[in-house]
Design a protein around this ligand. Structure first.
Ligand code: ATP
Ligand code: MG
Length: 385
């Protein structure tokens, strides 16, 4: 009796004429999640089986697989022969010591001598007998379920739970996006949402070193690492905007600091995205959340992006909804660490809430835009995660 893991996928993406393409990407992502574990990977009709791994690693492997988009559910199962005694042995291990239960059977091999109902009854009766009164059958609302799947060639899989997977589409099937990754709560969630739709994500972070410290940078590296567990790796690019903030601080109206800095970030991001063949920018903006995220604020930064769409998956979300997702993806604890990213340096007391484009452009005319951008690109660093 051997432990195996059953991987079931969301059916939808495997239909239609792109099936082979989606399937290959999905299999690659599964294999890459499993690459550090010794195992055998088998494709069966409608699902995948992982076997021959070291049983102490079961939980770790499950945690990895739960982060692969496209996985619908997972089960840890016992692989046995299809004779009743062997199935019962596995059922005994899975059964709780007391409570109500039912047995559900499914026959992949229609030549099996018992029908599904007969098989369920037989295993159920043996479990009742074995539990000496501590278990009861309840087919409508059991506290646990034992599931038996009769396979071809005299094999059976016996398991209890369905573990919810990440769902979504396999990463690598929906183009590439460049995520503007700050050290906050929102942007990692925005990246996670588009990765769930199959997009490959690279990250770009702007920092104000030495005004911000190394811990702020480590925090962003940690956030990108958390995201990369869902995307099968990511490239994190960091760019210094210290000199841009200093130039704005010196020459422009303080209330426009954030607006002007944002426009530099978007310009740099678009150029970099085109350079690495990303097809869109992704931000964590949410309408009205802060002064720079009024529709006027969003518009003023949108204006400087000329060729690519800017995707803002959180635009209509409440902060609470974003926090829920952040907790679920495992980023929250890191996001709330108190190290500042660049935007808190040189912050004005009263940022402009509805900046006028004419005024923004007048202030920007005081700056050497191309020179500042070139200097920013000279500071770029790449971290492969
Ligand atoms: P977050 O929680 O993602 O930091 P926020 O609520 O703090 O977002 P803003 O600071 O207004 O909002 O930033 C809006 C978006 O701009 C962020 O979600 C992110 O995509 C991008 N952004 C802001 N600061 C940076 C930065 N230092 N580096 C890269 N992108 C940034
Ligand atoms: Mg922020």
């Amino acid at each position: 009796m051997k432990k195996v893991i059953i991987i079931r996928y969301a059916e939808l993406f495997l239909k239609g004429k792109n099936r082979g393409y989606f399937e290959r990407a999905f299999e690659n992502n599964l294999q890459s999640a499993l690459k550090t574990f010794e195992h055998e990977f088998i494709k069966q009709s409608g699902r995948y089986i992982v076997r021959d791994f070291s049983e102490e690693e079961t939980e770790t492997i499950i945690e990895k697989l739960k982060k692969v988009f496209g996985v619908h559910t997972l089960s840890v199962a016992y692989e046995t022969t299809s004779d009743l005694e062997a199935i019962f042995e596995a059922a005994k291990v899975l059964a709780r010591p007391e409570g109500t239960f039912k047995v559900e059977s499914h026959r992949g091999d229609k030549k099996y001598p018992l029908t599904s109902i007969e098989l369920s009854r037989e295993i159920g009766a043996r479990l009742l007998d074995h539990a000496k009164g501590k278990l009861k059958v309840d087919v409508h609302a059991p506290s646990f379920t034992i599931r038996v799947d009769i396979r071809e060639h005299g094999q059976a899989l016996v398991f209890g739970e369905f573990i919810e997977g990440a769902n979504g589409m396999p990463v690598g099937t929906a183009g590439r996006g460049l995520l503007l990754l700050s050290g906050g709560i929102d942007s990692p969630v925005a990246g996670h949402m588009l990765a769930k739709r199959g997009m490959t994500i690279d990250c770009l972070h702007f920092h104000s070193y030495p005004y911000t410290n190394m811990q702020a940078k480590e925090k962003v590296v940690d956030l990108a690492t958390i995201l990369s567990e869902y995307t099968g790796g990511t490239r994190l690019y960091t760019v210094s905007v210290t000199h841009i903030q200093e130039a704005i601080h010196e020459k422009c109206k303080p209330e426009l600091m954030i607006t002007l800095l944002r426009r530099f970030m978007y310009r740099i991001a678009e150029r970099h995205a085109l350079h690495i063949s990303a097809q869109c920018l992704i931000t964590g903006e949410s309408l009205g959340q802060v002064a720079s995220q009024t529709i006027e604020g969003v518009t003023s930064s949108n204006f400087v992006v000329e060729k690519l769409p800017v995707l803002r998956p959180l635009i209509g979300f409440d902060k609470n909804e974003i926090i829920d997702r952040s907790v679920k993806m495992g980023a929250y604890e890191t996001s709330i660490l108190p190290f500042e990213d660049c935007c808190t340096v040189f912050l004005p007391d009263f940022p402009a809430i509805r900046p006028k484009l004419s005024e923004i452009e007048r202030e920007e005319a005081k700056l050497d835009i191309e020179g500042l951008i070139a200097e920013a690109f000279a500071s770029i660093e790449k971290i492969q995660l």
